[in-house]
Every structure is written in structure tokens, then in C-alpha cells.
Ligand binder design. Structure first.
Ligand code: MTE
Length: 310
């Protein structure tokens, strides 16, 4: 099935009012899980650059409308089914074409006191969007610690594999090949916008959002934002990426937000604003080139045909 991802899922098609009604029924029955309470530990952060001016997406939507196939295919599966995931202790290994391979303890990173907050627009390839306040560290700062060598041209990211804690990894219809993998060109990874998030809304990252750390590249479609990362490897060749492997005609390596290049099965010209629901349903807005981050990233793609390198 996954070759047809992302077929809109039931939670997405369900009119928002019905979806919320279903959620409040589940909440009343005590069936909504997730890790928000377990992870509630106010982070110490300082304001960073890049603060989108649009209204924030409510925390409830950011943490209960998710894509995280390790916990299931529906938007409410990650919050419901990730309560048993244990994101501590956790180490992140950086290796490959680097002078100083290293293994970082996530809590040491947090305790280091260098966390900054950033508000980024996030545009999913499924034509919906959010505005999210992340807490984390610039990816470039972490990569520099390992001292990338001249032969390093790309950065390969790998998510955790724990079928005992991640029900979506135990197979079944629509399952992906694990681990989930992603990649960036080295210059994209070193761009000041590329961010490793360890928190959102000032608290540790909830399990469903990719605890304990995930990538955020706001000018690219959301699927580049690989969650629960264990390894970052500097490589000389373009690394494989999960959705490109599943359907290369639909999901390219670059995955830059581009309203002029439609997905083969739907338009990318506009997006549904999650959490904007009023009586008449959620509003839409036109999608911006590079999700509005052209001033920061357009130069990375100068001279490239973005219809070919989608
Ligand atoms: N990372 C892993 N490991 N597994 C996934 O299924 N889904 C991706 C991305 N990162 C995914 C992942 C997709 S399709 C999107 S849109 C974003 O995570 C969603 O992030 P959010 O749930 O925090 O909004």
C-alpha cells in the first residue's frame, strides 16, 4: 500500500467537527494516551532566530494529528500508541566521513543549556500545514563537533528500530521498511534553518512528535523531518530515503515545498491550515515557494530544475 502514500487517512477525511467529537469521546473514556504528561519538564531555552508570524497551531493539534508510521497509519495512532516508547536513556551517534566520530547523550545536550526556541511553518506533502514552536539546536552546530571531512557531501539520518515498543514496526498492512531513513545534501544540513528539535511548546518532545530528537527542515515537506534519530552518517553519495524508496515518482530526495510542482495525485498550490477550524471548517491558504523560506535557501538550488529535482 505504501506506494500509494499518502492517501488521505480517515482521520484526515473525517470532517474536523466529527474528528474532535470522536476525540472528546475517547478522552472521556480515558483512551487517549501519548506521553505529554510523562515528558512534561519545562525546558530552559533562549529565543532563537526565525520566528514565523502566523498564529501557532494549538498544542493539542500538534501532538494529536501526527504522521509516525512506527506507531500506526492513522493520524491519531502516534499519540494513542506511543505511551510505551522509552526515549531515555538515548544516544545519538555521528559517524562516517568525519574527523571525530562521536556519540552524544541527549540529556547532556539538553543540560548544555544551548537550546533555542524557533517558530517554524510546517507544510506536509499531504497539503496541510501547521505553525510549531520548537526547542532545539542548529543541526550545523552538532555536525561541526564531528568535523566533516572533504569527502562528506550528504548527510544520512536513521530512526530507531524497536518493534517491542513501536507497534507499527511489527509488520502488517502498509508497513514501511525499517529503519525510517532520510537525507540532506551537506550544504542543506549546514543551512542555519536546519534544526534538531528536542522539545516543542517549551517541553520535552512528546513521543508522538519524535522523542527524544527529530529533524526540522521547514522549507521541505514534513516527511523529511525524520523522528527519533539514533544515527547521523556523513557520506559521499546521495543516501536512500524512505518515501523515495517507496514511490520515487511521488517523493523526491529534495522534497522542497513547491506550489508549482503538483504531487502526481493532487495539487500542491494550497494548504489546509490545521487548527483553524471554525463553523465552516478549516481555512486554506496559498502555498509559498520553499514554504516562505526562499530568502534563506533559494541559493542552495540556483541553476537546478526544480521540476526534475523535486
Ligand atoms: N519519522 C519517522 N521515523 N517515521 C515517520 O513515519 N513521518 C514523517 C515525518 N517523520 C515519519 C517521520 C512525516 S510523513 C511527517 S509529515 C512528519 O514526520 C510529521 O511530523 P509531526 O507528526 O510531528 O507533525
Amino acid at each position: 500500500m505504501a506506494s500509494s502514500f499518502p492517501e488521505p487517512r480517515p482521520s484526515e477525511i473525517t470532517p474536523r467537527r466529527a474528528y474532535l467529537r470522536r476525540r472528546s469521546l475517547l478522552a472521556a473514556a480515558g483512551l487517549l494516551g501519548g506521553s505529554r504528561i510523562a515528558n512534561a519538564a519545562g525546558l530552559s531555552v533562549h529565543p532563537g532566530p526565525f520566528n514565523a508570524s502566523e498564529p501557532l497551531t494549538p498544542r493539542e493539534d500538534v501532538t494529536h494529528y501526527n504522521n509516525f508510521y512506527e506507531f500506526g497509519l492513522d493520524k491519531d495512532d502516534p499519540a494513542r500508541l506511543s505511551g510505551g516508547f522509552r526515549p531515555r536513556p538515548w544516544t545519538l551517534t555521528i559517524d562516517g566521513a568525519v574527523a571525530k566520530p562521536l556519540t552524544l547523550d541527549v540529556d547532556t545536550l539538553i543540560a548544555g543549556g544551548a537550546l533555542e526556541s524557533r517558530v517554524y511553518r510546517m507544510r506536509c506533502v499531504e497539503a496541510w500545514s501547521m505553525v510549531i514552536p520548537w526547542d532545539g539546536v542548529p543541526l550545523a552546530d552538532i555536525l561541526r563537533k564531528a568535523e566533516p571531512q572533504g569527502s562528506a557531501k550528504f548527510v544520512a539520518f536513521q530512526s530507531v528500530v524497536r518493534p517491542d515498543q513501536m507497534p507499527g514496526q511489527r509488520g502488517g498492512l502498509g508497513s514501511l521498511d525499517w529503519p525510517y531513513v532520510e537525507g540532506l545534501r551537506l550544504d542543506e544540513a549546514m543551512n542555519p534553518l536546519s534544526f534538531l528539535a528536542l522539545g516543542l511548546y517549551g517541553d520535552l518532545l512528546p513521543n508522538q512528535n519524535g522523542a527524544p530528537l527529530r529533524l526540522v527542515t521547514p522549507w521541505k515537506y514534513g516527511f523529511k523531518g525524520i523522528k527519533s534519530i539514533t544515527r547521523i552518517t556523513l557520506v559521499s553519495e546521495m543516501p536512500p530515503t524512505t518515501w523515495n524508496r517507496m514511490a520515487s515518482n511521488e517523493y523526491g530526495f529534495y522534497a522542497n515545498v513547491n506550489p508549482e510542482v503538483d504531487h502526481p495525485r493532487w495539487s500542491q498550490a494550497s494548504e489546509r491550515i490545521i487548527g483553524s477550524g471554525g463553523f465552516f471548517g478549516e481555512t486554506r491558504k496559498p502555498t509559498q515557494m520553499f514554504n516562505g523560506y526562499g530568502a534563506q535557501v533559494a541559493q542552495l538550488y540556483a541553476g537546478m530544475d526544480l521540476r526534475k529535482f523535486y
